[in-house]
Design a protein around this ligand. Sequence first.
Ligand code: MN3
Length: 211
Amino acid sequence: MPFTLPELPYANDALEPAIDARTMEIHRTKHHQAYVTNLNKALEAHPDLASLSIEALCARMGSLPESIRTAVRNNGGGHYNHSMFWRVMSPPGKGGTTSPALAAAIDAAFGSMNSMKEKFGAAAAGRFGSGWAWLGMGGDGRLSICSTPNQDNPLMTGLVDCACTPILGLDVWEHAYYLHYQNRRPDYVSAWWSVVNWNEVNQRFEAARKK
Ligand code: MN3
């Protein structure tokens, strides 16, 4: 199987109280697992595509054979998005802080960290139905915020409005928060900042700068 379910770099209950253990367990072992299983199934007859990295596969989404395009878009997007999501979170108090370079880029693009969080929160809350909110770096080297529906992501050039290399993503599907927050998505988004792994986001920012 070309794609596999990643382990969490922390325990299921490590993100409490922001995200409860049961949600984390179901989210990864059921939802993410289903994306991995269905992605591998869709690529069974396409070993050339199955050998790509998930990032390269996302970037190529618009030119895939039509017979598998929707399945790979939904499930490959789901695999990339969740693999990133687990890594950009860490137990409360363990995520460090923004590097001086990232802090400067946030100030330059949004005015302040608080304005960035407000804008990101608005993108997350305003996504109708299911989808993701993103902080990413555009081709002009500036940070921007956007949102995608379903399991789309900013790597899917030509298919989505977002044109950036994502460095932070937030899952706003109901399966990500419903057990604990029910309909209160904005409360989930606010609490989520307490578990953002800035050490990881800093690294993704540096990698995006060098691209
Ligand atoms: Mn999810």
